[in-house]
Ligand binder design. Structure first.
Ligand code: S3P
Length: 173
């Protein structure tokens, strides 16, 4: 089985859906944030604090390049900002089938309101930030994916089943 990659904004459920999907399909599971944290022996917040966002983005690209070579039969959830770099979008397509988990702003804000692990949402007005970032990023996610799944009103099992049913589609909308 080809790798299946889950992309989408923070709080769209990439990690929990990825774990459930990998169990159901008897595939391995990997999460780019977790792999970077392990490699750097630091949390994502600490990496942003010490090295900055640009360095973190370079780490994501390096990891993707390694995964294109090493990773097979794996469901991979990737950090919300990873598809922003064009190079990364090209690497994602090489890596496997890309599924965009699409969630509305209100649901994301509700899920992330007490979260302190996402450095990009720790200052300023979260409502404005999430809305602005979603406007910027949704076309990018759309450009990067094989198909998208609307997740706002669905639970993890429903989203997982929908991905399994639609895995052979190849048109993102
Ligand atoms: C980021 C999303 C995070 C993490 C980092 C930056 C982003 O991953 O990579 O905080 O730019 O959207 P999740 O999408 O898993 O929260």
């Amino acid at each position: 089985m080809n790798n299946i990659i889950l992309i989408g904004f923070m709080g769209t459920g990439k990690t929990s859906v990825g774990e459930t999907l990998s169990n159901s399909l008897k595939m391995a599971f990997a999460d780019t944030d977790q792999l970077i944290e392990k490699k750097e022996k630091k949390t994502i917040s600490k990496i942003f604090e010490v090295s900055g966002e640009d360095e973190f983005r370079k780490m994501e690209t390096e990891l993707l390049k390694e995964m294109v070579i090493n990773t097979k039969n794996t469901v991979i959830s990737v950090g919300g900002g990873l598809p922003i770099r064009e190079e990364n979008r090209r690497l994602l397509k090489e890596l496997g089938i890309v599924v965009f988990l699409k969630t509305d702003a209100q649901t994301i804000i509700e899920r992330l309101k007490d979260d302190n692990t996402r450095p990009l949402l720790q200052s300023g007005n979260v409502f404005e930030k999430v809305n602005r970032m979603l406007m910027e990023r949704n076309p990018i996610y759309k450009d990067a994916c094989s198909f998208s799944v609307e997740t706002s009103q669905k639970n993890v099992i429903e989203i997982t089943e929908e991905i399994e049913e639609r895995i052979h589609e190849n048109a993102c909308d």
